[in-house]
Design a protein around this ligand. Structure first.
Ligand code: HEM
Ligand code: PLO
Length: 483
């Protein structure tokens, strides 16, 4: 197709009126895999129609970098969809908000608050270590029995973000925590999955099981967020800022006091609530998911687990706990985390981007308003970039002497890149390192004898979910002897 720029459009999947290219996608619940395989026929950059939406699918790192970095501003928009509008009250958060001054302001605020409370601060390290110690205690108590680690990992990670956002935490069995587990799962199962209701918004008027579940879960989440918000508002005196919620309240207070208020930068209650909701939701679901994938891969590759433990025994020993400053001492553990993030990207299609202007990718013209899906799965499994991409091999992230970690290919973007890069990258990496180091210093994780090795297949959604599995956490002999 010729366009005003003289460039042609990317090749498109066949499309029918109204439904677009859905016939090619229907019956493939693992959308990232379907879009990856379609490259065989259409090339690495192709287009399709989801109902009336023109969608461009990017499967190579060269084009992904052009979209995210080189032309980041051209592609910094987000689509509005029924489910993400419900989740974010019409895009009043950060992740699902379109590009604009208010989004920039919110992002900057959170960035500053996170660096103030967290990244680089000893206080945050202390919080993560407190949760790691509690996680280890629970594992100790359950010793040698088959255990579903998911709720324990979730509680540990939740308590870190809970401390950051609300200066509070949950005990085991806390009913509020149980409610959170349930609503969050419901949201992950139903939101932003390129589901039919997002493609055909008019489907909302018909009874829809997923939409009903999403609304019910959001009601519970909103009640919980509102309660925290009210408590903070009542206790806030403007001087001491204990957490992210206080930081947001303080910024609003000073904006109200500076007259006239800056046009376009008014933060309503909804903006504050949705921003904290994003950080809380992203903070919990992403990091927990990576920890589950890491544990699952360690069950499949006991020799890799052993190598991490040998490195730890050698560099840290068994008389003290791991600290963040140990990161350079444990390159094999760091490489394992990098490999987990490569082989099972948490966000396999990122969050869709939208072109804010007529622009181009490579030699193709892209019209304003196109949705751009970056298929991170394809970028991380590209055979031209990765040797045996389906093989779990942390060693590929190490230099020849095994002492420094580096990516052997630029085709690696687990946190995205550019204007919309993940806001929690530093926090997530701190947590992944400390939680895994603490657990592996003390325990060997094994598959219970009477059970088959759990599946490594993910379940596509807003995050690439791990199927339920059980683990036996055996206290290491070396640890037992040392303590
Ligand atoms: C966005 C990955 C943890 C907050 C993203 C994106 C990815 C990502 C791929 C989308 C980038 C894009 O659309 O181009 C991850 C991974 C994590 C993680 C792999 C854990 C290992 C976190 C944590 C937080 C967080 C702990 C909060 C503290 C966000 C936010 C956005 C985002 C707010 C939206 C940014 C925007 O649209 O401007 N993340 N994330 N993430 N992440 Fe994370
Ligand atoms: C996870 C379920 C929560 O209940 C709500 C929520 C908020 C922010 C979302 C997060 C969910 C999923 C992961 C997302 C995050 C914002 C950025 C992050 C989409 C839906 C990623 C990986 O892009």
């Amino acid at each position: 197709m010729a366009t005003g720029t003289g460039l042609g459009r990317p090749r498109s999947l066949p499309a029918l009126p109204l439904v677009g290219s859905l016939l090619q996608l229907a019956g493939h619940p693992q959308l990232h895999l379907r879009l990856w395989r379609l490259q065989g026929h259409y090339g690495s950059l192709y287009a399709l129609w989801m109902g009336s939406h023109y969608v461009v699918v990017v499967n190579s790192y060269r084009h992904a970098r052009e979209v995210l970095l080189k032309k980041g501003k051209d592609f910094a928009g987000r689509p509005r969809t029924v489910t993400t509008d419900l989740l974010s009250r019409g895009g009043k958060d950060i992740a699902f908000a379109s590009y604009g001054p208010l989004w920039k302001f919110q992002r900057k605020l959170v960035h500053t608050a996170l660096s103030m409370f967290g990244e680089g601060s000893l206080a945050l390290e202390r919080i993560i270590c407190r949760e790691a110690a509690s996680l280890c205690e629970t594992l100790s108590a359950a010793q040698d029995t088959a255990l579903d680690m998911a709720p324990e990992l979730t509680r540990a990670v939740t308590n870190v973000v809970c401390s950051l956002c609300f200066n509070s935490s949950y005990r085991r069995g806390d009913p509020e925590f149980e409610a959170m587990l349930e609503y969050s799962q419901g949201i992950v199962d139903t939101v932003a999955k390129e589901s039919l209701v997002d493609i055909f918004p008019w489907l909302q008027i018909f009874p829809n099981k997923d939409l009903a579940l999403l609304k019910k879960c959001l009601q519970v989440r909103d009640q919980l967020l509102q309660q925290k918000f009210t408590e903070h508002k009542e206790a806030f005196c403007g001087d001491t800022v204990k957490d992210l919620m206080d930081a947001l309240l303080q910024v609003r207070l000073s904006a109200e006091n500076s007259s006239p208020p800056e046009p376009g930068l008014e933060l309503t209650d909804d903006h504050l609530l949705m921003t904290v909701g994003d950080i809380f939701g992203a903070g919990v679901e992403t990091t927990t998911t990576v920890l589950k994938w890491a544990v699952l891969y360690l069950l499949h590759y006991p020799e890799i687990q052993r190598k991490i433990q040998e490195e730890m025994d050698h560099k840290i020993g068994l008389v003290r706990h791991p600290h963040l400053s140990d990161r350079p001492l444990l390159p094999y553990l760091e490489a394992t985390i990098s490999e987990v993030l490569r082989i099972r990207p948490v966000s396999p299609l990122l969050i869709p981007h939208v072109s804010l202007t007529d622009t181009s990718i490579g030699e193709y013209s892209i019209p304003k308003g196109a949705r751009v899906i970056i298929n991170l799965w394809s970028v991380h499994h590209d055979e031209k970039e990765w040797d045996k991409p389906e093989e779990f091999n942390p060693g590929r992230f190490l230099d020849e002497r095994g002492q420094h970690i580096h990516s052997p290919s630029p085709s690696y973007l687990p946190f995205g890149a550019g204007i919309r890069v993940c806001l929690g990258k530093v926090l997530a990496k701190m947590e992944l390192f400390l939680f895994l180091a603490w657990v592996l210093q003390r325990f060997t994780l094994e598959c219970p004898e009477d059970q088959p090795l759990p599946s490594l297949e993910g379940k596509f959604g807003v995050v690439l979910q791990v199927q339920k599995f059980q683990v036996k956490a055996r206290l290491r002999e070396a640890w037992r002897a040392a303590s």
